[in-house]
Design a protein around this ligand. Structure first.
Ligand code: NDP
Length: 445
């Protein structure tokens, strides 16, 4: 890195103790060096220096009362990273590991991801270090209400429209929406991921997992491969993992493994998705309960071992940095020819190097998992028009968007002389649009 080395140095100096944020910025800046060479006017206008600094960061106390009557205190975050293309947009994550570094890496990635969708949305991310695991419905509701009691003053349908992420599904969005409505006395599309019947979009629940498969199918077809007849390993068993599994099965592949944060199941006959949905979506149980009705399946504790299962395609869909260099090498050794990232930044930089060196078809997160936020933007459009599209209409738009993201990323990769590198292509294609908008909007906005 030549032109952009000082940008990364400044990021590291200004944001100490934020390793995930540094990792995300470094990965993007490495791809953008040739763009900086081609666009000296963007360098001069400080576009690269500005895009790595959030427009606004909000940190707040979230206090709530648990079922035993004790006061609990968590920390809330909302990082409004970039509004060059539209209102801030990005999910809320509830997980004990949440800190500013994680929210900033996610928010930064979100800028380019949202740009790739071609829809008018800026980038943001938020959440809390609250751990939803083991909490009662009442505790979840009181936490969500307290969280929104502060967040409401920073968001709005034309300002910032949060959505779900790890630990935030339809139930949590409902409690937050209810509180926003009570405080503001407004029924507006201020959150996406709402349930059907009061503003939610059909196909939003399925969108990230389905979109991941549409993207990967397109990328694999370009290399003469497909999901049809493929053995697939998916990590996680949450929203993204479940609907990626459903779509892989519809496309003729076989998912043989899923996980949660305790361990993973391996079912060589193919995962029985209805059983998983019953455990995870209905009972909110643990993945190992799958063994009770599936005697041929096996369970192993810990997450890393899932990548030792031989497969043709891997779809990491749990969390960041879940595939390291060794796990990637093992996947390749076992014949894996494609990796599609359902989760955000699930591969370490070493893992990505292994994919690129071995010509693995690699769908990077910001392109491959953009279907969720794209469909959230479609939910915003329906809310604004006070209309509801059918499942088929939304699904068709989602598919067209994912195919478009693949083509745009492949186009940029080719244009910049690295045709098989979709990571570079996605970074460049996403960045170009944001950079142009920031340039045209001037410095002090
Ligand atoms: P969910 O909360 O629905 O599911 C997350 C799954 O991953 C669960 O099985 C969870 O296990 C597991 N998991 C979470 N954290 C860890 C961890 N630290 N180590 C191991 N396993 C873990 O989340 P989503 O499916 O919505 O999100 C999964 C990933 O996809 C995230 O990276 C998210 O940012 C990304 N994403 C999600 C989108 C969406 O629309 N939902 C859109 C784009 C990206 P357990 O149940 O034990 O916690």
């Amino acid at each position: 890195m030549k032109l952009l080395a000082t940008v990364l140095e400044q990021v590291e100096k200004r944001n100490p103790n934020e390793p995930e944020f540094h990792q995300a910025v470094q990965e993007v800046l490495e791809s953008l060096e040739p763009v900086a060479e081609r666009h000296p006017e963007w360098v001069k206008a400080g576009i690269f220096d500005r895009i790595v600094e959030p427009e606004r960061q909000i940190l707040f106390r979230v206090s709530w009362v648990d079922d035993a009557g004790r006061v609990q205190v968590n920390r809330g975050f909302r990082v409004q990273f970039n509004s060059a293309l539209g209102p801030y947009k990005g999910g809320l994550r509830l997980h004990p590991s949440v800190n500013l570094s994680i929210i900033k890496f996610l928010g930064f990635e979100q800028i380019l991801k949202n740009s790739l969708t071609t829809l008018p949305i800026g980038g943001a991310k938020g959440g809390s270090d609250f751990d939803p695991k083991g909490k009662s419905d009442g505790e979840i509701m009181r936490f969500c209400q307290s969280f929104m009691t502060e967040l409401y003053r920073h968001i709005g349908p034309d300002t910032d429209v949060p959505a779900g992420d790890i630990g935030v599904g339809g139930r949590e969005i409902g409690y937050m929406y209810g509180q926003y409505k009570r405080i503001r006395n407004e029924f507006t599309g201020v959150l996406t991921g709402k349930t059907i019947g009061w503003g939610g979009s059909l196909a939003r629940t399925e969108a990230t997992g389905y979109g991941l498969c549409y993207f990967m199918e397109e990328a694999m077809n370009a290399k003469g491969k497909s999901f049809k007849g493929s053995t697939v390993v998916v990590s996680g068993s949450g929203n993204v993992a479940i609907y990626a599994t459903e779509k892989v099965h519809q496309l003729g592949g076989k998912v043989v493994a899923l996980s949660d944060s305790d361990g993973y199941i391996h079912d060589p006959d193919g995962i029985d998705l209805k059983a998983v949905q019953q455990i995870k979506e209905v009972r909110r149980g643990r993945i190992k309960e799958y063994l009770a009705d599936h005697p041929k399946a096996t369970y192993a504790p810990g997450c890393a071992g899932i990548w030792t299962i031989p497969c043709d395609v891997a779809l990491p869909s749990a969390t960041q940095n879940e595939i390291d260099g060794d796990a990637a090498a093992r996947l390749v050794k076992n014949g894996c020819f494609a990796v599609g990232e359902g989760a955000n930044m699930p591969s370490t930089p070493e893992a990505v190097q292994v994919y690129l060196k071995n010509k693995v078809i690699y769908g990077p997160a910001k392109a491959a998992n953009a279907g969720g936020v794209a469909t959230s933007a479609l939910e915003m459009s329906q809310n604004s028009m006070r209309l509801a599209w059918t499942f088929e209409e939304v699904d068709a738009r989602l598919k067209a968007i994912m195919v478009g993201i693949y083509r745009n990323s492949a186009r940029a990769a080719k244009e910049y002389g690295d045709p098989d590198n979709l990571e570079k292509g996605a970074n460049i294609a996403g960045f170009e649009k944001v950079a142009k908008a920031m340039y045209e909007q001037g410095v002090a906005y």
